[in-house]
Design a protein around this ligand. Structure first.
Ligand SMILES: Cc1cc2nc3c(=O)[nH]c(=O)nc-3n(C[C@H](O)[C@H](O)[C@H](O)COP(=O)(O)OP(=O)(O)OC[C@H]3O[C@@H](n4cnc5c(N)ncnc54)[C@H](O)[C@@H]3O)c2cc1C
Length: 400
């Protein structure tokens, strides 16, 4: 029996969803390639920073996950992809050259450290990659501890600047502010000051999002003591200061940059059609315009709705792309017409500190603890369905 060799590059939200569907067909032989041995649940990083979850809870081992499929047709290689030879249908990794019949590119995005901001790359922290988030979390906790040690002598506030007020910047600001409130309350520390400044280039935070959610988020941030600086950009950084476009200089202990993303490095090497920001363009079937057996999904692409508006890149959109792409590979194998995407956001949930969120799901607004519970439920359901495969994989290995 000739099998369909399918290579998936990237074990993120998009790639794993595609694999789950493709693995149901025993005639598919699937290889997952990722430069990391784990799937990183970025949507839960705010809990990592606030010490509510450790890194084991927001990652999933890709080896055991891939072994856990019933048809034994998924294999994981921890290899970084450097290039793709589309004419020879070969994926080129740091150590191998692998053939494919179908290829799915789902390498996600990374923090875009804009080159014209002096000191940005040297002094700002990103949180798109797990190692960066871990490093930042430790720095944050250590800084809080140092402030406690200073108690009784000085009481200099800890100052954190977050540049970028999209979903990730807002969630991190709220989570750090509420974590610090509780941290200082516990044990009744005298020196309790934490300054969080959220720098926002637009007129309002969360540009393009539902106005009711935006207003609720602003209120919550202000209640938590976060200072929002609208219509400002970071223009320069030193080790301990940030200069804004209006000339204001803010002294800070550290800065997180959540001001933009760009596709992961591999995309820059590929001769495929891209938009001005270097994200891959796809047909409505999620095929690349150049090759009918090459698909691109998730954050490394730009997806448009039927009115040609950009769909904000989220895990929700990435997963839906994964499902459609797998379906279309099946249709292509059968020689049938491919489905055209009708993907839209199913809802938006914004975590705003400990046990608090705001949400709009299927058109219904929810706020506060209930929204928080809903976010947790969705996150739990997501990691549970991944864990099922991972646990089976683990059992298969240890029962050998
Ligand atoms: C702080 C934060 C909060 C967020 N909150 C939410 C939220 O609440 N809701 C929501 O829906 N979305 C949220 N998002 C966005 C969401 O995380 C992304 O949209 C989602 O991760 C995109 O999935 P993806 O599969 O395209 O990419 P990713 O999940 O980034 O996966 C890409 C994978 O490709 C791998 N890779 C990259 N380059 C290579 C290479 N050259 N070779 C091999 N492997 C490679 C990476 O290691 C990674 O595993 C948040 C993001 C952040 C940072």
């Amino acid at each position: 029996m000739i099998k369909n060799k399918i290579i998936v590059i990237g074990g993120g939200y998009a790639g794993l969803k595609a694999i789950q569907q493709l693995a149901k067909n025993p005639d598919n032989e699937i290889i997952l390639l990722d430069k990391n041995p784990y799937h990183y649940m970025q949507t839960e990083v705010y809990d990592l920073i606030a010490n509510e979850e450790d890194f084991a809870q927001i990652t999933l081992d890709l080896f055991t996950y891939c072994i856990g499929f019933k048809n034994n047709n998924v294999t994981f290689y921890k290899q970084e992809v450097n290039d793709i030879d589309f004419n020879k249908k070969k994926v080129i990794t740091t150590i191998d050259r692998l053939n494919y019949d179908y290829l799915i590119i789902g390498v996600g995005a990374r923090t875009k450290f804009v080159a014209n901001v002096e000191g940005l790359r040297e002094y700002a922290y990103g949180i798109k990659a797990l190692h960066r988030a871990m490093y930042f979390k430790q720095k944050f906790e250590m800084s809080l501890f140092q402030k406690v040690e200073e108690s009784g002598t000085t009481c200099r506030p800890l100052s954190i600047v977050i540049a970028g007020a999209g979903l990730s910047g807002v969630e991190i600001a709220a989570q750090m502010a509420s974590f610090a409130q509780e941290f200082y309350k516990h044990n009744n520390f005298l020196c309790r000051k934490l300054n969080i400044v959220l720098v926002n280039a637009a007129e309002k935070i969360l540009r393009g999002m539902d106005t009711k959610l935006v207003d609720r988020s602003i209120k919550r941030l202000l209640d938590l003591g976060v200072v929002i600086k609208n219509e400002q950009k970071v223009v320069a950084l030193t080790e301990d200061s940030v200069t804004l476009s209006n000339g204001e200089k803010i002294f800070m202990d550290f800065m997180i940059f959540a001001g933009g993303i760009e596709p992961n490095g591999l995309i820059f090497n590929l001769k495929l059609r891209k938009n001005m920001k270097e994200f891959l363009e796809t047909k409505p079937s999620l095929q690349t315009p150049e090759y009918e057996t090459v698909f691109a999904i998730g954050d490394c692409t730009t997806l448009y709705d039927k009115d040609n508006n950009i769909l904000a890149p989220t895990a929700d959109i990435a997963e839906q792309m994964g499902v459609l792409c797998a379906k279309n590979i099946g249709l292509h194998q059968e020689g049938e017409d491919l489905d055209i995407h009708t993907i839209k956001s199913r809802g938006i949930l914004i975590a705003l500190g400990r046990k608090y969120a705001t949400a709009k799901i299927f058109g219904i607004y929810i706020n506060g603890y209930l929204a928080y519970l809903m976010k947790k439920m969705i996150e739990r359901a997501y990691s549970k369905q991944l864990d099922i495969h991972s646990c089976i994989g683990c059992k298969k290995i240890f029962d050998k």
